[in-house]
Design a protein around this ligand. Structure first.
Ligand code: PMP
Ligand code: GLU
Length: 397
């Protein structure tokens, strides 16, 4: 009998993609579902980026590209890091991949041996823990609840470190919480890591530009750990390019070389057309970023106001990304038509089936008391969604 590998059998499917898929299925049946499950900008890719992609096709960018991406794109990323983040890199420290998702996975597969521990602050983005499993590493979850703004402290980090700790995955601005670590908070973590020279930091900065605190701070800025930080970023969120699949790392040379080797046997470079589009994104006018950021900030204010009005939901004001992550534990354990809603995953399913709003239960993010709503949606849909959620929750007894 055919059977998948143990490695695959142990893997959970992506809950964010699964809820989005369910929402599409209901829509296909003619049900008017508002999809706040998957997290992606609802804007179109800016025209100048699309034009660059069309030009790339006409100019016959149809042959294999270098595995880590065209030098011109890597140079554009090096310039971005210098200009926006005041960080010095060389092109051989950059590896472009099929989205930031592959970039994170490349780094993990490049540095983790079976049994190595990876510290993953919770709430975490769904895919981190599954990628660690794929690399046969061990997840060490460090939880930060809503009272501590979902951010781990230096003392928590120190307490989680053992001789087997190989990496820390830090996401700021965070998916799913929207929390943003300040410079001082990052420095506190960097100071702990400085005492443990074998730990690599995977700094997922894919939401860099969707930040309401005024300035993005990278943990790579601290000299005492700088040579051990692998920054992950890409064009998906900043330039509304999720479907183009272009992410990258900026990392120490040995990690970049390892990812290059891995990718060379696995996927080769990302698509040339996406690469040329990304290059145009980095070299072109940047005002589209601020326009979208402002729209997200306005929607953040809108959804925080509406959700705060729903009895029982504990709402915290996110500082970045485009997710609201309220504590919904007041409602779990209640029932609808005699059926108990045991946890946040079941609550998300209830909201989808009865309220026709798709969200993602917090369990998949390591935060079973919470539920995630993506507010990368129109004001009108956000208003209507919160009306439906309020009504559906009020029906629970
Ligand atoms: N990291 C985080 C925290 C994300 O939310 C996402 C988007 N799902 C990714 C990485 C992957 O981004 P990409 O679409 O570039 O693969
Ligand atoms: N960032 C998105 C999310 O978390 C993308 C979906 C995914 O790749 O998991 O919903």
């Amino acid at each position: 009998m055919k059977q998948v590998s143990e490695r695959l059998a142990a893997l959970s499917p992506s809950e964010t993609l699964a809820m989005s898929q369910k929402s599409s299925e209901l829509k296909a049946q003619g049900i008017d579902v508002i999809n706040l499950s998957v997290g992606e900008p609802d804007f179109f890719t800016p025209d100048f980026i699309k034009e660059a992609a069309k030009k790339a096709i006409d100019n016959n960018f149809s042959f294999y590209a270098p595995v880590p991406g065209f030098l011109s794109l890597r140079n554009a990323i090096v310039n971005k890091l210098k200009k926006e983040n005041q960080l010095d890199y060389t092109p051989d420290q950059i590896v472009c991949s099929n989205g930031a998702k592959q970039a994170v996975c490349n780094v993990l597969l490049s540095i983790i041996d079976p049994g190595d521990e990876v510290i993953v602050p919770a709430p975490y983005w769904v895919s981190y823990v599954e990628m660690v499993k794929l690399a046969e590493g061990r997840n060490v979850i460090v939880s930060a609840d809503i009272e501590q703004d979902f951010k781990i402290t230096p003392a928590q980090l120190e307490a989680a470190i053992t001789k087997r700790t190989k990496a820390l995955i830090l996401c700021s601005p965070s998916n799913p919480t929207g929390s943003v670590y300040s410079r001082e908070e990052l420095k506190g973590l960097a100071d702990v890591l400085a005492g443990h020279p074998d730990i690599i930091v995977i700094a997922d900065e894919i939401y860099e530009h969707i930040n309401y605190t005024g300035k993005h701070e990278s943990i790579a800025q601290f000299e005492n750990i700088r040579e051990r930080v692998a920054i992950v970023n890409g064009v998906s969120k900043a330039y509304a390019m999720t479907g183009w699949r272009l992410g990258w790392i900026a990392a120490p040379k040995w990690i970049a070389a390892a990812c290059n080797k891995l990718q060379g046997q696995y996927t080769s470079s990302p698509s040339n057309v996406a690469q040329k589009a990304a290059e145009a994104a980095y070299l072109g006018p940047q005002d589209c970023i601020e326009t979208m950021r402002r729209a997200f900030e306005r929607r953040r204010n809108l959804i925080v106001g509406l959700a705060s009005d729903i009895p029982g939901l504990k709402v915290r004001r996110p500082q970045g990304a485009f997710y609201l992550f309220p504590d919904c534990s007041y409602y779990t354990g209640k029932s609808f038509n005699g059926k108990i809603i045991a946890n946040s995953a079941e609550l998300a399913m209830y909201l989808l089936e009865e309220g026709h709003v798709a969200a993602v239960g917090g369990l998949a993010f390591g935060a079973p008391d919470c539920i995630r709503f993506s507010y990368a949606a129109s004001d009108e849909n956000l208003r209507e969604a919160m009306v439906r959620v309020k009504k559906a929750l009020a029906a629970l007894v």
